[in-house]
Design a binder for this molecule. Sequence first.
Ligand SMILES: [Zn+2]
Length: 214
Amino acid sequence: MIQIKTFYFNDLRECTYVLWDETGECVIIDPGCHSDSEKDRLMKFIDNENLKPVKLLNTHGHFDHIMGNAFVSAQWGLKTYIHIEDKPHLERAVKYSEMFGYTVEQPPLDTIDLNEGDLISFGNSHLTVMETPGHTRGGVSFYNDQDKIVITGDALFAGSIGRTDLPGGDYDQLMSSLLEKLVKLGDDYKVYPGHGPMTTIGQELASNPFLRYE
Ligand SMILES: [Zn+2]
């Protein structure tokens, strides 16, 4: 059984997720911790729960989701898993985040590529990679079919969808990721988005105005 802790980090209230199971091994998804106190909160949680981080996963490369990559990677000696199409975001993270007034430590570029169907294991558990591009070219979601959870990054939010006006964004591509792939997981899947509260696929199909079938 996978357990999930949500942190809301940095000024953009980005969702950082820690997922672990009965073995204590955990993955850290989209570490957006920026200030020292945010890094401290993450560290204390890992320590208090006696967790052992084994992987750093990125749903996509936007700076609010990768601000803590350097810290998390160094602190626990973790490799970064990201889709190859979003690696350019890591390469220009320092310059790009400067434009938004942030000083960000260069995220490690020694990454492992994520591809459709990859199994990401930790402890006795695994997550499956689903490519869900459209918000960015290399956007992915991570799901577990036993516990019926999916981490969507900025593809899908409670009541909304990710913006597609940033470089690499594509509205039609995002809609096909959502309607032809993500929602097909099933109504009972719990959705953990990149910003805002948790929801379910069923709830979004019933009320998210962007997911209305014509
Ligand atoms: Zn984003």
